[in-house]
Ligand binder design. Structure first.
Ligand code: GLU
Length: 478
């Protein structure tokens, strides 16, 4: 089941159309443009697993879009709607995403056509391990060649099974843990990976609101504080983005759209309470503290300052684009706006912070995890206490001043504790992510503002990333 209307281009065609818009403004050598656009290979596997006394056949894909850098990187999705076109579109977006945020990977994506809710944990483990086996034996899971990660329908648990399966098949590979990212901490994961994509959305918005000229283009004013937000999809990405924006940036979450309808409340919705409700009841229906409507689409079109589509592709399409009121949309999901809808929104003056940038927090922290696995040491392990010891020297001096100056000057309460503490892994990960999101935004906005023929951030993002991929190919002599 796809959310993209049948009369609109497919997801992959949409990505290609957006790509073409950007390359039309670039001066790429003939042939290179096509080399970058096309998907290098898609592997389809059909495998059987004996479940409940009979053999069930599953279909899975792993698509490699571009190997201008290796390993190639991208998540594995478990959903009944998975198909080749979708996996290829998502693999292409991974290429552009990694290039934009300077994660040294090519683009890939995998998918298994399955509804995970139909199986218990033991069965899912059998299925995941078998899929991992099929991919690993063809080097489509490999620390140096192809490194999967979580996506829709998968998480830490599935990544731990994949890592273990790879390790069983490669018993002497000292870097085996780097074959997949998004693992639990006790199986070689990194602090902050689960929250990473949502955190990246928050950092992206913070950076956007640091530029008053950009805020003005979106017909908004002031800071992120106090903005009214609607989020579509309260999965891992939507939940973390909404939670951080509400708890740390003073945003009000006025709408939450889920599979079974939407919640709407101008005075604000308690994201944690709704998340807990969804985990328990499977949807938002019956949630007592906000008005519920079965027509989720109406809330997508409701008044707000920022709309965050964080679920499926194609939810904003030609059937609803002209009714979307949000002046600023940040694409936390991959491909939530079709190429046709993108044209409508651009005409209307809606500012869209594009997926390849907005949701790059996940792969950015995956990059940190991969580096951690290859270096076999936790970030901060060598420096933390040394940093604290140096801070202690400063504190000792300030303490002396405090004693001498008596009532004229004293240290701010809490300063000592805050300053003394060296950064742990989570803080370093967040700092690396924040830096990445700021720099990538600045590279996009420079193209957006400096070039008269570029009118939107998406085209700017494509131009930045395609230039980087082209430079890699050129360096390889292509
Ligand atoms: N599936 C995520 C994405 O679409 C993460 C990919 C990764 O970490 O490799 O970006």
């Amino acid at each position: 089941m796809s959310t993209i209307p049948a009369n609109e281009p497919t997801f992959r065609e949409s990505v290609d159309l957006m790509f073409n818009r950007a390359v039309a403004l670039m001066d790429l050598p003939p042939g290179l443009e096509e080399k970058i656009r096309v998907c290098n290979a898609t592997y389809t596997v059909r495998f059987g697993v004996r479940l409940r006394g009979q053999i069930t056949t599953f279909t899975g894909y792993r698509s490699v879009h571009s190997e201008h850098m290796e390993p190639v990187k991208g998540g594995i999705r478990f959903a009944p709607s998975v198909h080749q076109d979708e996996v290829e579109a998502l693999a292409a977006l991974m290429t552009y995403k990694c290039a934009l945020v300077e994660a040294p990977f090519g683009g890939s994506k995998g998918g298994l056509r399955i509804d995970p809710r139909d199986y218990d944990e033991y069965e899912l483990e059998q299925i995941t391990r078998r899929f991992a086996y099929e991919l690993a034996k063809r080097d489509m899971i490999h620390p140096a060649q192809n490194v999967p990660a979580p996506d829709m329908g998968t998480g830490e648990r599935e990544m731990a099974w994949i890592a273990d399966q790879y390790a069983r098949m490669n018993t002497t590979d000292i870097n085996a843990r780097a074959c997949v990212t998004g693992k639990p901490l006790n199986a070689g994961g990194i602090s902050g990976r689960v929250e990473a994509t949502g955190r990246g959305v928050q950092y992206a918005l913070r950076e956007f609101f640091r530029h008053p000229e950009d805020v003005k283009v979106a017909k908004l004013t002031g800071k992120l504080d106090g903005k009214r937000v609607i989020v579509q999809g309260l999965g891992n990405v939507g939940y973390h983005a909404a939670k951080f924006l509400r708890d740390e940036d003073g945003c009000t979450i006025v709408g939450i759209i889920e599979r079974d309808g939407a919640l709407h409340d101008e005075s604000g919705i308690d994201v944690d309470a709704v998340y807990a409700w969804i985990l328990k009841h499977g949807g938002v229906s019956g949630y007592p503290d906000a008005a519920h409507t079965a027509e989720g689409a109406t809330v997508l079109e409701a008044e707000c300052d920022i709309l965050i589509p964080a679920a499926l592709e194609g939810v904003i399409n030609l059937t609803n684009a002209d009714r979307i009121k949000a002046p600023l949309i940040i694409e936390a999901a991959n491909g939530p706006i079709t190429a046709g809808a993108d044209d409508v929104l651009r005409e209307k003056g809606t500012v869209v912070i594009p997926d390849m940038y907005a949701n790059a927090g996940g792969v950015t922290v995956s990059y940190f995890e991969w580096v951690k696995n290859l270096s076999h040491i936790r970030f901060g392990r060598m420096q933390r206490r040394q940093e604290e010891a140096r801070h202690q020297l400063v504190i000792d001096e300030l303490q002396r001043l405090d004693e001498v100056l008596g009532d004229q000057w004293s240290m701010t309460p809490n300063f000592k504790d805050k300053y003394l503490r060296g950064a742990d892994e989570l803080e370093l990960v967040r700092s690396g992510l924040d830096d990445t999101m700021r720099i990538a935004y600045q590279s996009m906005r420079e193209v957006w503002h400096d070039r008269e023929d570029v009118h939107d951030l998406r085209t700017a993002a494509y131009i930045v990333s395609i230039s980087k991929v082209a430079a890699s190919y050129r360096a390889k002599g292509l």
